[in-house]
Design a protein. Structure first.
Length: 266
């Protein structure tokens, strides 16, 4: 997503249009999973499988598009449904529809946990919504010893309204995990991790209206920018997070048998 590969920039309409096209296109994508309303595709060569593109799609009945958009923005609600999250917080705002944030998550043991610093941007388009991000460097958030700093080359969501009370959610991600991963990990992402994550978001959407009614219901800075109290950032404070500037660890020898029982849940 970083034009020319060197500059930090705020995505524009053409970036969102390109992201939407990737979500909706089937050309060049290989179906890896298709069960119970969830489909997973991958794109990329096996030998570079650690930076494959993964795309998932789920139909969400009884969840309006705007509700799912709120769920994906609401960091206070995230701890209620994202059991893989260790920590997340917003660092600062760039514009009314772009900010910088930190996120760390638990990888299936025995893999090391990963974290990101990303520039996130969002765009409502009528009844549809998009949220996209890519990795940046912020001077106050350098890599930590207890995490492997991973790199989001491009990650995002497309939420398409399907009538007034339903929607279709796409999630597309291309991440460099900064580690040579065993092939069983790559297979698990498409067969177990991605479908499970999509089902969690769907269930979170079903429960969000009741939760939000009891937790500051009028507070939605992603919809009402005047509510945003984050400190302002300038692009000059950021630089592109290049994968080759980070340590790369070799986890290819880790056996699947060491997975904890919870990691086998589909």
């Amino acid at each position: 997503m970083s034009r020319g590969g060197e500059m930090v920039y705020i995505p524009d309409d053409s970036d969102f249009s390109s992201f939407r096209d990737q979500c909706e296109s089937l050309e060049g994508w290989h179906c890896r999973y298709n069960k119970a309303g969830v489909t997973v595709w991958s794109q990329g060569q096996e030998e570079s499988c650690s930076v494959q593109k993964i795309k998932t799609r789920i139909s969400c009945k009884d969840v309006p598009a705007e509700t799912l958009y709120d769920v994906l923005h609401d960091t206070h609600y995230r701890s209620k449904w994202d059991s893989n999250m260790i920590e997340t917080h917003d660092i600062g705002r760039l514009t009314v529809n772009a900010d910088v944030g930190y996120y760390s998550w638990k990888c299936p043991s025995p893999l090391k946990n990963r974290d990101f610093v990303t520039l996130r941007s969002w765009l409502p388009l009528g009844n549809d919504y998009m949220i996209i991000n890519y990795s940046v460097k912020h001077p106050k958030y350098p890599p930590r010893k207890d995490f492997v700093r991973a790199v989001s080359l491009q990650t995002g969501y497309l939420i398409k309204a399907n009538g007034a009370k339903a929607c279709v959610l796409y999630y597309l991600t291309q991440v460099d995990p900064r580690g040579s991963l065993p092939k069983w990990v790559v297979n698990r992402v498409s067969q177990f991790v991605a479908p499970k994550a999509m089902k969690k978001i769907y269930k979170a959407g079903l429960k969000y209206p009741e939760w939000k009614r009891r937790h500051d219901p009028g507070y939605k800075p992603w919809v009402y920018p005047e509510q945003n109290t984050l400190p302002s950032l300038s692009l000059a404070e950021l630089s592109l997070q290049r994968a080759d500037s980070l340590d790369n660890i070799d986890e290819t020898g880790l056996p699947e048998e060491q997975l904890s029982a919870s990691d086998h849940e589909a």
